[in-house]
Design a protein around this ligand. Structure first.
Ligand SMILES: Cc1cc2nc3c(=O)[nH]c(=O)nc-3n(C[C@H](O)[C@H](O)[C@H](O)COP(=O)(O)OP(=O)(O)OC[C@H]3O[C@@H](n4cnc5c(N)ncnc54)[C@H](O)[C@@H]3O)c2cc1C
Length: 396
């Protein structure tokens, strides 16, 4: 006999855990599958080296889910973007969009942890750890999931199991993968000058280098995208040599770099699944559906947008109506894919424009960036979309 629930969620990372919590709060029973309980790692600064920038729209989701107050979040109110070869730079400030902050930097581990603590206290959630997924079949009559140890049935199954999604593989969903030629080196650095709540992004020819302000005034999180050989070489440099190199690469915007934490390297591809609702009763969301280059810090934010849109849609379906019914998710799936496609296109555009060494393109870039910096109306609109507050972000 298959165990049953309303909704199965596979994957309890940032996006999956938020989705499971929101669905359970809406009154549906959830079975949440994950490999293991998360373990938070902290290094020499007492923090996780993986940090993400969360937009105001994402922050609101975390507030609504009741987990925001327990998080140590570093608000940032300014962002400076410039390039290795150019003369023009662009500044984004919270005041441009009449806010006191552009977003927050939060540590990955503690944020997942806060969501899990809320899940542990939430009625209607049952956790299944370490079961290997073997078969997922969706039909208009419901979804069946077979694992190494048991069989389950549900109205709806949502795969939020990351870039290498097993759910996506088991339902045979087509995936468009675009290699970026980049690996990201992530770490934390302590700098001579305080970051003062400002994020920095420099487009080097080899890839963007981002310094994100953390809760500690002189500690910034680093995401440095570059080719794999450079990332690996910089990962194994001695600490002092790495500090000198990143100090020079960032043009000492925060003075000298005093010390560095452990360094981790992540491969970066941009990918998009062909259908977010590949078979009846099955949805793919978060990185299982779309993976974005981290240059604009949008991956988890687009994942949280998926969750907000999912919860809005579920709220329109009465609790006694089958949430997996054919037709209920078609337009949702199309809209979420369109939104992801726009963001993926933007990231690809930025990357290729900034990777060109051609003097004419360099001139055009400088003119364009200078114009954008002096044109507040356009700048404001772009910023609103990136913060998840623009009309496109609200509608899709
Ligand atoms: C260096 C770097 C910097 C980034 N910076 C930012 C940023 O500043 N802002 C931003 O918005 N985004 C950023 N991102 C992107 C962001 O980290 C991801 O978009 C986000 O973590 C995706 O969350 P997710 O929950 O969809 O997937 P994941 O975080 O990958 O979670 C998937 C979960 O599914 C589980 N799982 C996998 N397979 C199975 C299975 N078979 N059974 C059960 N469970 C399974 C995994 O254990 C995991 O817990 C960055 C990414 C990188 C690499």
């Amino acid at each position: 006999m298959a165990e049953s629930c309303d909704v199965v969620v596979v994957g309890a990372g940032l996006v999956g855990a938020a989705a499971a919590l929101g669905i359970a709060r809406s009154g549906r029973t959830v079975m949440l599958f994950e490999r293991d309980r998360p373990v938070t790692q902290s290094g020499r600064f007492g923090m996780d080296i993986r940090n993400v920038a969360v937009s105001p729209a994402s922050q609101k989701l975390l507030v609504d889910l009741g987990v925001w107050d327990g998080l140590q979040a570093a608000a940032f109110s300014g962002m400076q973007v410039w390039e290795e070869q150019g003369t023009a730079s662009i500044e984004f400030t919270a005041a441009t969009v009449a806010r006191s902050e552009l977003g927050w930097i939060v540590e990955n581990g503690p944020t997942v942890d806060a969501l899990w603590q809320a899940l542990d206290k939430q009625d209607g959630v049952s956790l299944r750890l370490g079961e290997s997924l073997e078969v997922v079949s969706g039909s208009t009559a419901g979804v069946r999931l077979q694992t190494s140890t048991a069989e389950y049935s549900a109205q709806l199954l949502i795969g939020i199991d990351g870039a290498r999604s097993k759910v996506r593989e088991l339902v045979g969903a087509e995936l468009d993968v675009k290699p970026t030629g980049h690996h990201a080196l992530a770490t934390l650095i302590e700098t001579e000058l305080p970051h003062a709540g400002v994020a920095f992004q420099k487009f080097l020819l080899d890839g963007p280098l981002a310094l994100l302000p953390t809760c500690q005034p002189n500690v910034s999180a680093v995401v440095w995208s570059q080719n794999e050989a450079s990332a690996r070489a910089r990962q194994s440099l001695a600490g002092d040599a790495f500090c000198d190199e990143i100090g020079a690469a960032s043009e000492y915007k925060l003075g000298k770099v005093r010390c560095v934490d452990e360094r981790a390297v992540f491969p970066l591809a941009q990918q998009l699944v062909k259908h977010f609702n590949p078979v009846p009763g099955v949805l793919l969301l978060g990185d299982a559906a779309h993976v974005l280059h981290p240059l604009a810090g949008l991956g988890v934010n687009v994942g949280f947008e998926d969750v907000r849109a999912l919860l809005r849609r579920l709220a329109m379906i009465p609790l006694d109506v089958d949430a997996g019914q054919a037709g209920l998710w078609r337009s949702f799936a199309r809209q979420r894919r369109t939104r992801s496609q726009i963001m993926l296109g933007l990231m690809a555009g930025f990357r290729s424009v900034y990777a060109q060494n051609d003097p004419l393109l360099q001139w055009a870039r400088n003119v364009g960036v200078g114009w954008l910096n002096r044109t507040p109306a356009i700048k404001r609109q772009l910023m609103k979309e990136a913060l998840g507050l623009g009309p496109l972000a609200q509608r899709l």
